[in-house]
Design a protein. Structure first.
Length: 434
């Protein structure tokens, strides 16, 4: 045995006393009703952290991985609090929602950012996606637990800023470069949904996953206003936006990815009016609607002959746009749309065609139209299936079932002359005027 002498023994005694005092402090802070741990709603703090809060996730002597985690895997650790027992948010319930369908990779039908509950994960600040097909999601891919706070996302002319739930996390800029940390909320999405990584391809148009960085580029002829306000500033569009059931937008607005791909539970089914606010956390963990949509949108299956108009088929559109121009059969000019025949196409052609109901099949279409036949690529026209449609304005680009007239390379639409030259639902549009 080594005998400590003089100052060494005094120092050792003091160190042991400090350890015991710290242990007592941890116990008292955990039990005392008025303690900082009890009064603080979240252990995820970027400053002023106390040891007992670190211990909610980390263990110095009993950790099971090199990051001193209490348990593995990472997502299971998060769910130990985010299951309604230790945190305000019950994310575990979203993943056990029985109304969320199973993913179908064969048809590229996905309903959740599925979490791997069997393996460990690295920090979301590490680039795991650049140039490789590495599709996965873990809590740490989108959230930095040491920095989260309650700040809401804020609208700017360049897009929406990340909320406190997404602070200090890495992503990919609109210029398709690694961005750490992100400046805009959409940059987190581009980490997995842009050409920065390897995207799933398919010969079936509606199955392929496209480059969202290219689609939201504000230099495109037409796009949904994610990275900049849109190009359509007409009074008709503003009147349409005034009739949105949920999001109240203007022609100068930018929008969040989560306003279309978000938590459907917050919106309701059918969507309720006025809730939630556009600044709320709308996280797209899981959804009953394919592509994690926040409301229903019919885009792959065309209407059967005599099938009538149904508001719920286009509930997603009506969160922002007035339904009035689409639910009528009247052809009169309107103040809330630039195309007066919207209602006629969705209501008045129920017996026009004789094709099938798969929008991917050339010549399909036997009943009333659906929105996506004329607005096939919703994010923008830049990657339209018909290359000749990529410079069209107003989001016009035609689906695979819509065919060009003989001697034409692609379906034509002219905003200046307000004419169409194409074949749709068996009807030859020979430069029809609108």
């Amino acid at each position: 045995m080594i005998r400590l002498q003089g100052a060494h023994r005094t120092a050792a005694t003091a160190a042991a006393a400090a350890v015991l005092a710290l242990a007592a402090l941890l116990v008292l802070s955990a039990l005392a009703p008025g303690s900082a741990a009890a009064d603080t709603p979240s252990p995820h703090l970027s400053s002023g952290v106390t040891t007992d809060r670190c211990a909610a996730c980390h263990r110095a002597h009993t950790a099971q991985d090199d990051r001193l985690q209490e348990s593995v895997p990472e997502s299971a650790l998060c769910f130990s609090c985010h299951d309604g027992t230790g945190a305000d948010s019950n994310i575990a319930a979203e993943y056990s929602d029985v109304t969320v369908p199973a993913d179908n990779p064969a048809t590229r039908s996905y309903y959740a950012h599925r979490l791997d509950l069997t393996s460990t994960h690295v920090s979301g600040l590490v680039d795991e996606f650049g140039g490789v097909l590495n599709r996965h999601s873990a809590c740490g891919d989108c959230h930095n637990p040491h920095s989260v706070n309650s700040d809401p996302s804020q609208e700017t002319a360049g897009g929406w800023t990340p909320s406190g739930a997404l602070t200090s996390i890495a992503g990919v800029s609109a210029g398709v470069a690694w961005q750490n940390p992100i400046s805009f909320e959409y940059e987190l999405c581009l980490k997995c949904h842009s050409r920065y990584t390897v995207l799933l391809s398919s010969s079936t148009p509606t199955y392929a996953k496209s480059d969202k960085a290219a689609e939201i580029d504000p230099t495109n002829a037409s796009y949904h206003p994610i990275a900049a306000p849109g190009t359509n500033t007409t009074p008709q569009l503003q009147n349409s936006l005034n009739g949105g059931t949920l999001w109240q937008l203007s022609t100068s607005s930018t929008i969040r990815c989560t306003q279309c791909h978000g938590n459907y539970r917050l919106v309701g089914d059918p969507p309720a009016t006025g809730v939630p606010a556009s600044t709320e956390r709308l996280a797209p963990h899981t959804s009953r609607y394919r592509s994690l949509l926040i409301a229903n949108y019919r885009d792959r299956e065309l209407k059967a002959q005599t099938e009538v108009y149904d508001t719920n088929d286009f509930a997603l559109c009506y969160l922002c746009h007035s339904e009035a121009p689409f639910s009528t059969t009247a052809d009169d000019p309107r103040a809330d749309t630039n195309f007066r025949h919207h209602g006629k196409h969705l209501n008045g052609i129920g017996d026009e065609g004789g094709g099938g109901t798969d929008i991917n099949v050339a010549g399909a279409g036997q009943g009333n139209a659906v929105c996506t036949e004329c607005h096939f690529e919703l994010h923008s026209t830049n990657l339209s299936q018909w290359t000749g449609n990529r410079t069209y304005s107003r989001g016009v680009n035609f689906a695979p079932n819509v065919q060009p007239r003989p001697a034409y390379a692609y379906p034509l639409w002219d905003a200046g002359t307000r004419t169409c030259a194409l074949v749709c639902h068996g009807v030859d549009h020979d430069n029809k005027s609108y």
